[in-house]
Design a protein around this ligand. Structure first.
Ligand code: SAM
Length: 261
């Protein structure tokens, strides 16, 4: 296609027809859907998407690739946002948004956290990611991949790993295996965190010391008696707690901070 893939933008272009068809089938876009694609690249997903929806938004950081797509499709079919998806305001495109993308793997975790802020305006998300990242996203307590990404995303989204994709399906092939994941925002997190920044801080603190027991890993946040008052054994490790346990710990710390103020 005359384009030299740019490593700094994580460019691995999908060329396997079978995988492209599977992604489109999983998304099942309908003419009335509001769809945005992150990182359209050379258009491997963009073209089949535009066979199914009359109009599409895309967010592309690479100006050369953005210009190619603009030339191929007029603004009535395609709105090209030349932007960094990490800083993009997804609420500009309205609500009930369906987001799709073969994401740049080098920024996938910050991008997922950025998108989580817009959860209320999203209908669903379908992403190709590094397989190991998808496994961390969907992992349940006590699983080896369970960690900060699992807790913070499962707080907001229901997630499902759909299928794996081999490196040979891309040009150039990435060094890692890939997988496609479906995410759908929960109607309401249960329980709701009183202070989401505090929840994030508690979870980060716990998993940076994941080998320690909770009484040590969360020392300074909650003490042993407080953990016991929540019915949580202080001798457990961070990976043993559910998402709801983390929310209850953060809420206890919020209430205590509120009382002290
Ligand atoms: N969708 C195409 C495909 O499946 O062949 C390209 C996928 S490639 C893995 C990732 C795409 O995301 C590239 O087009 C790259 O330029 C773009 N990209 C990388 N970082 C980005 C960012 N921060 N914001 C928006 N697009 C980005």
């Amino acid at each position: 296609m005359g384009h030299v893939p740019r490593k700094r933008f994580g460019q691995h272009f999908l060329h396997d027809r079978h995988t492209i068809a599977k992604i489109l089938d999983a998304l099942d876009p309908r003419p009335g859907d509001r769809v945005v694609e992150i990182g359209p690249g050379l258009g491997a997903l963009t073209r089949p998407l535009l066979e199914r929806v009359p109009h599409l938004h895309v967010v592309e950081i690479d100006r050369d690739l953005a210009a190619r797509l603009e030339q191929e499709y007029g603004p009535e079919r395609l709105t090209v946002h030349r932007a960094d998806a990490l800083e993009f305001d997804f609420s500009l495109m309205g609500s009930n948004l369906r987001v799709v993308g073969n994401l740049p793997y080098n920024v996938s975790t910050p991008l997922l956290f950025h998108l989580a802020r817009f959860a209320a305006g999203l209908r669903d998300l379908h992403f190709m990611l590094q397989r190991e990242v998808v496994e961390r996203m969907v992992s349940t307590p006590s699983g080896s991949a369970y960690g900060r990404l699992s807790v913070m995303l499962q707080y907001r989204f229901e997630m499902e790993k759909l299928f794996g994709v081999a490196p040979g399906c891309f040009r150039p092939p990435p060094k890692v295996d890939s997988a496609v994941v479906r995410m759908a925002p929960l109607a309401q997190p249960e329980p709701v965190a009183m202070d989401e920044e505090l929840l994030a801080a508690v979870v980060t603190r716990a998993f940076t010391q994941r080998r320690k027991t909770l009484r040590n890993a969360l020392g300074g946040v909650v003490d042993e008696t407080e953990l016991q008052s929540l019915g949580i054994n202080p001798g457990l490790r961070p990976e043993n707690l559910t998402v709801a346990d983390y929310v209850r710990i953060a809420n206890l710390a919020s209430r205590r901070a509120g009382q002290a103020a």
